[in-house]
Write a protein that binds this ligand. Sequence first.
Ligand code: ZN
Length: 126
Amino acid sequence: MSEREKCAKCESTRIMNDVRVVGNLSESLGIQVQKKPRAKVFKGTVGVNLKARVCATCGYTELYAVDLENLNQVHNRALAGELSLSESTEALSIEDRLHTVNNLLEKGLINESEHAAKRATILEEV
Ligand SMILES: [Zn+2]
């Protein structure tokens, strides 16, 4: 949750934190990440709730996901799974596969030499 004390819109300091966000009267609103986004079935969805930070003066509302660490790990593992799938099926374009490899490097899931090796593998097939 943000530590900022002022509203981003009107700079009021009257802020309500951790406000529950609801889609209807019974369920909280959330976000979801799929463990296997390319699977036809059993994508393995992991979700977390959203909490709101609401300005009590103008009503400006920011949304924050809670339990971020688990969600981020699932997201990263899904990204890694996407790479091995794309290497085996060649279902993705070269650009998409290079983009995926770059993402893995950015997220620290592979190191520079692994990145170079995967890039070379993809480019050899062109
Ligand atoms: Zn405000």
